[in-house]
Design a protein around this ligand. Structure first.
Ligand code: EPU
Length: 334
């Protein structure tokens, strides 16, 4: 089998090669693939929008392209939809809005496929997929057995789940079921920039469509389109710190952005920390951060995966030195 360039399959636009690359569009094809590649290390790939290839991949890559959106149950109030892991997330959001199904409108414009969404518990503008996820179906790599994980089994947390921790590369999600509202939609306008946008545009009683359109506009100002400029969204997670650390930083930097998340813990903006380390002015080997959001590392053209990685580690080191805070990667580094 000839090696395949992964450039079209990663949003950083990095030109790494896979020794072996297979795209599958059914659970049956996954089982056949596992049969042929027993006990080999695997890379399971979705849309490649949250991954950084540092080097070529010397083991098989399996890209999950299972399609299909199906209503599997509904009553007057709610609907259960089952979606193939290879469906595009943003297209699913708009399909839901067209059908007046509520629950994922705040998650509009997030790049990536449906099957990857639970892995990192995608979240934006006040919502996370865990709020509407009913279950995930998939296949264990080790023995090809099939399992359905209910919401409680997924161990969801901020940008993580059992699929990103214990089951990393061990379980292939093939299908995701969501529970969405048909009436009395719980419109969430709490995120400050969304609230402000709605106010400025005199939208007092937003519909699902208003929310999706507003979030979409806010995002397009802050986040570069990876089809034009290679990136993988937020590169790091927002760190959590305690009260004394918050006070200490606040003394030197009164403009510190923080959110109380309970129990005297505060989430602070990683983008803000990176900006304070002057990375908006640092460009190296075709890599920089995005001018409107320092949390997003961008490929200015022909950057290599390893150059993007080295730049990210410099950011980490600077933030550690200046603030004594260790940033944790959100992007999957391979
Ligand atoms: N900020 C700066 N400088 C920067 C970037 C941000 O000062 O360069 C400050 C600003 O004050 C801004 C605040 O940080 O108001 C928060 O910024 P933003 O609303 O863009 O949110 P974020 O915390 O940086 C998170 C998610 C994003 C998500 C937005 C909106 C993480 C790691 N990132 O970013 O998710 O779209 O909130 O909900 O939690 C992603 O995961 O790839 C992603 C883009």
């Amino acid at each position: 089998m000839k090696k395949t360039s992964l450039k079209p399959f990663n949003s950083f636009g990095v030109d790494a090669y896979a020794k072996k690359f297979v795209s599958v569009n059914s659970e049956k094809q996954i089982l056949d693939f596992l049969d042929l590649n027993k006990s080999e290390k695997l890379l399971i790939l979705g849309a490649g929008t949250n991954i950084l290839f540092r080097n070529n991949i010397q083991y098989p890559v399996i890209k999950i392209d299972i399609k299909g959106i199906e209503i599997i149950n509904e009553d007057d109030k709610e609907v259960l939809i089952s979606v193939g892991a290879g469906e595009n997330w943003n297209e699913l959001v708009w399909w839901c809005i067209d059908n007046d199904f509520g629950g994922i409108e705040n998650l509009v414009s997030i790049p990536g496929n449906v099957g990857s969404a639970p892995i990192q518990n995608i979240g934006a503008y006040g919502k996370e997929i865990k709020d509407v996820l009913e279950s995930c179906r998939g296949v264990f790599v080790e023995n090809s057995s099939i399992k359905i994980f209910n919401n409680d089994d997924c161990n969801f947390s901020y940008r993580s789940s059992v699929f990103k921790e214990d089951l990393k590369n061990k379980f292939i999600i093939t299908n995701v079921t969501l529970r969405l509202s048909k009436i009395h939609h719980k419109i969430n306008t709490e995120y400050s920039s969304l609230k402000q946008f709605l106010k400025e545009n005199h939208i007092n009683k937003p519909t699902l469509k208003n929310i999706a359109e507003s979030v979409s506009k806010i995002r397009s100002k802050k986040l570069p389109d990876y089809k034009k400029t290679g990136n993988a969204g937020s590169f790091f997670k927002n760190p959590t710190i305690g009260k004394s650390k918050l006070k200490e930083i606040g003394l030197s930097f009164p403009d510190l952005v923080s959110y109380n998340i309970g129990k005297s813990k505060y989430k602070i903006s990683a983008g803000w920390l990176i900006e304070k380390c002057d990375f908006k002015k640092k460009e190296e080997k075709n890599v920089s951060v995005y001018k409107n959001q320092a949390l997003v590392i961008i490929n200015l053209g022909k950057a290599k995966g390893i150059d993007i990685y080295n730049y990210s580690q410099k950011i980490k080191e600077s933030v550690r030195k200046k603030f004594d805070i260790l940033l944790e990667e959100e992007v999957n580094i391979i």
